[in-house]
Design a protein around this ligand. Structure first.
Ligand code: 4AD
Ligand code: MG
Length: 461
């Protein structure tokens, strides 16, 4: 269907005044005067609508159909004219209108303002609202920026498996993959696993890191960017059962190197969004977070704080604030602690480094103090953790010792141990929660509003 994208028309309209154009789109609003009907249409390529001016006399038949149908789709041809109204610089005087699809009165988006909660119940339609139009365009630009950043820094994009036999984080949050059916009977777990599709226990990946490490130990610098699954029973605004993670892994790099990489990446992708999605970000500033543009400017241009876990605990213990969860050395930081550190103390993105080894994953590099590991989380205001990363334990003996002490089955991780046997090298990496990054960039408060079809406990719309 030959027509012009509204985003292109918007960019070039001043050169096109007086010429004819064909547009397609959905009706957003309609206003009537006696003679004239104004409708605004949007084709999804831009946050802006285009105003179509309809002289009712010329369109008696179509107008009769149009009357009721906010949400209907149209093809309109007409003349681009300078608009006498101050709201828009140009409008289209309709010469021909074709109704492509009507929308009866029960179209749920007739009314203008709907709560985000309600819109979550209609994921197939909410994409037609301004909020989700802006969100999903930003999501696309952000993904593009991630690839752009890594490509420009000599990283190879690798595809790690979705179905895997190893639980990277060891937190028991794996969704099982099985072909067994309800009612099948097994004498033991071993028999269940041995007779299943892969002849062993398998699940959806909670992280591409372990396979990513193997790729980095041949390609030097790699990143993954894919869907990640966790059966966490948490009803928080920042957890989803299916989310997207970006995991760079770098050979010959220590913790400081990847902290530096993470900072450069966040700045790059933030700048890219500022440069390519200014309308969308202004929209989010106006409707979701007042100081958004200033915040993003700081994110893109200032140095982030770095704070030792031990120092963070001291700061939290001294805080003039009662926390719901207790604070003491050895305990994991909860969101309220993370937010206090980054919002009240450092007032900018903050890397916390060197966590106690007991609260972190088996693969992290043990520090010489015997108590902590070379790990780092990046905390940001409004959310808390958006990145988790570490230097990896590259010592064969030490890694085996930790895995055994955690009761892990070494046979499942033979490939991983091989990396420490053949040409082992210091290496490091991190995982950025892509959807959380979008929460941060847009100021939207719930991860469910950054994903087209969010999957959370009890919800699979
Ligand atoms: O801190 P996590 O668990 O780290 C890893 O998975 C490492 N294997 C990464 C690595 O070193 N390659 O997760 C990394 C990030 C978190 O900081 C968070 O942003 C995001 O992934 N994340 C989630 N996002 C949404 N919903 C969930 N349930 C998430 N769990 C983690
Ligand atoms: Mg983490």
């Amino acid at each position: 269907m030959k027509h012009t994208d509204i985003c292109d028309l918007k960019r070039d309209y001043d050169k096109l005044i007086g010429s004819e154009v064909t547009l397609c789109g959905w009706i957003k609003t309609m206003r009537n005067s006696k003679q004239i009907c104004f409708i605004e249409i949007n084709d999804g390529t831009s946050l802006s609508n285009v105003q179509i001016v309809i002289d009712k006399e010329n369109f008696e038949d179509t107008y009769g159909v149009l009357k009721q149908i906010v949400g209907a789709s149209l093809k309109v041809s007409g003349l681009i004219v300078a608009s006498p109204g101050s709201k828009q610089p140009f409008e289209v005087a309709a010469k021909q209108i074709e109704v492509l699809g009507s929308a009866p009165a029960d179209y749920p988006l007739q009314k203008k303002a709907h709560s985000l909660e309600y819109l979550r119940t209609i994921p197939h339609l909410r994409v037609r609202t301004n909020t989700f139009n802006a969100m999903f365009r930003l999501r696309s630009q952000l993904a593009y920026a991630v690839h752009d950043f890594f490509r420009a820094n000599n990283f190879v994009y690798v595809h790690t498996p979705i179905i895997t036999g190893s639980d990277c984080e060891g937190a028991g949050e794996v969704f099982n993959v099985t072909v067994h059916n309800y009612g099948d009977v097994f004498a033991s777990q071993e028999e269940y696993d041995a007779t299943d599709f892969f002849r062993r226990k398998s699940g959806l990946t909670v992280s591409g890191q372990l396979e990513g490490e193997t790729m980095a130990m041949g390609l030097g610098k790699i990143y993954t960017f894919g869907p990640t699954f966790r059966a966490e029973n948490s009803f928080t605004p920042k957890h989803a059962a299916e989310f997207w993670m970006i995991e760079p892994e770098v050979a010959f790099a220590d913790l400081n190197d990847i902290i530096d990489l993470a900072q450069r990446m966040i700045k790059y992708i933030t700048n890219h969004c500022l440069a390519t999605c200014s309308d969308e970000l202004v929209f989010f500033r106006d409707f979701f977070e007042k100081g958004l543009l200033d915040k993003l400017d700081t994110v893109a241009n200032s140095e982030y704080a770095v704070c030792d876990y031990t120092e963070a605990i001291t700061l939290l213990e001294k805080a003039d604030r009662k926390f719901d969860y207790p604070v003491s050395w050895g305990l994991d930081l909860q969101t309220e602690h993370e937010r206090y550190l980054t919002e009240e103390i450092f007032k900018r993105p903050t890397f916390v480094v060197n966590y106690p080894k007991e609260i972190k994953s088996f693969y992290m590099k043990q520090n010489p103090d015997g108590k902590t590991v070379a790990a780092s989380d990046l905390l940001v205001p409004g959310i808390g953790e958006i990145i988790g990363g570490s230097q990896r334990e590259d010592d064969y003996g030490k890694l085996i010792e930790v895995m055994q002490s955690r009761g892990m089955n070494l046979d499942d991780y033979k490939y991983y141990l091989d990396l420490r046997k053949y040409g082992s090298a210091p290496h490091s990496g991190y995982g950025l929660g892509f959807d959380r990054m979008l929460m941060y960039i847009t100021g939207i408060g719930n991860i469910r509003d950054t994903i087209p079809y969010p999957r959370t406990t009890g919800s699979l719309l």
